[in-house]
Ligand binder design. Sequence first.
Ligand SMILES: Cc1ncc(COP(=O)(O)O)c(C=O)c1O
Length: 433
Amino acid sequence: MTELADRRGATRPVPDIVTELPGPKARAHIEFDARYVSPSLPRAYCIVPVRGDGLVVEDIDGNRFLDFAAGIAVNSTGHGHPRILAAIGQQARDLLHFSASDFYLPIYARLAAELDRISPISAPTRSFLTNSGTEAVEAAMKLARYATGRQNLVAFLGAFHGRSYGAVSLTASKAKYHARFGPLLPGVYHVPFGSRGLDELEDRVFRRLVPPEEVAAVFVEPILGEGGYVVPDAGFLPRLREICDRHGILLIADEIQSGTGRTGKMWAIEHWGVEPDVVLAAKGIASGLPLGAMIARSELMTWTAGTHGSTFGGNPISCAAALETIKLLESGLIENAAERGEQALDGLRPLVRRYERIVRDVRGKGLMIGVQFDSAETGGAVQDACFQRGLLVLGAGDDAVRMSPPLTVTEEQMAVGIRLFRDAVHEVATTHS
Ligand SMILES: Cc1ncc(COP(=O)(O)O)c(C=O)c1O
């Protein structure tokens, strides 16, 4: 175990596992939860957190974990960053809620102006703010149809865009997201992620199924998130942009997981020098408060008053957290994400040769790091072995494990995370047949 002082200067080591896992209080809580909470929630493993500080999460039994999951890539500035807490506290005292849909809310417009400044779109943009990622996707689907007068949409196999009816119709990462919920939204076409999928889009979809002039938008995650942290081949996004331009189709970048600094650039699509027409953000944008954003070229925002809105969307506290998050991202966290990401890939790549029987690939950009295994069972076993060692990671795709630590992760914390992950892989490689 390694000594890692947290921001309050506590000297307990991290990780520090002091009970069996799950501990007695965690087990009791899981029983309580099972009585009252919707069984639809997926629950990856039995962490029952009650406190967080920086990269450290403490569970209900007092076990301390190193958090390389960050609430599924959400706690971008770590748990309880003092500047985020101060911004939230100040805004809560000033104004807790006033619906931006029906009235003017200064901080909403201030955040929209900031999003315009940082967006990967060089033309002027306007923003619609939401409470979640899926709502940002819904807003983009509605705007795409409204602005183009076309109905059909294209998305990629392996993509995850959310769980509300429109967004889940685009989602194609696991069949269980669709099972027994149909019929879904009509007019959605899926092709494989990557250049091969674009051949299929042109040769099969546009030639045989729907003419491109009836397609409103293509939704794409520049790096697949839930689909396994898959980085596309170099030609994919530029060619997709070119196809969209040729047919007047909107390119909508879902950067809900890959955006806001996580990959070492503000937006992942910037790694390929491609500009979308609409970019979607959520997850890490407000350091853990619920906020989503649909940022679109202003000239697309032809919809008129009352066509779309939200009671809570862009609530002042989330906006305050987002404004402070953007300042933190721009004062070193994006560079840190790039450097720590390199450190992670350098530390993890040797696993592919060393454990070639079970490790298939180590990939990613910045702090979107994926390790692919030979099977879902192996990936699950590694995830569990990490948990037992006090490292929080999360499965992704069919057979990968993802690491998405806060962008505040230090060199030392990254080194500890890599060592624990390697130990977990070693254990699984030597004990599972
Ligand atoms: C790329 C992407 N889009 C959309 C969503 C949906 O966001 P939410 O869960 O906030 O609705 C997610 C969530 O994991 C995501 O990763």
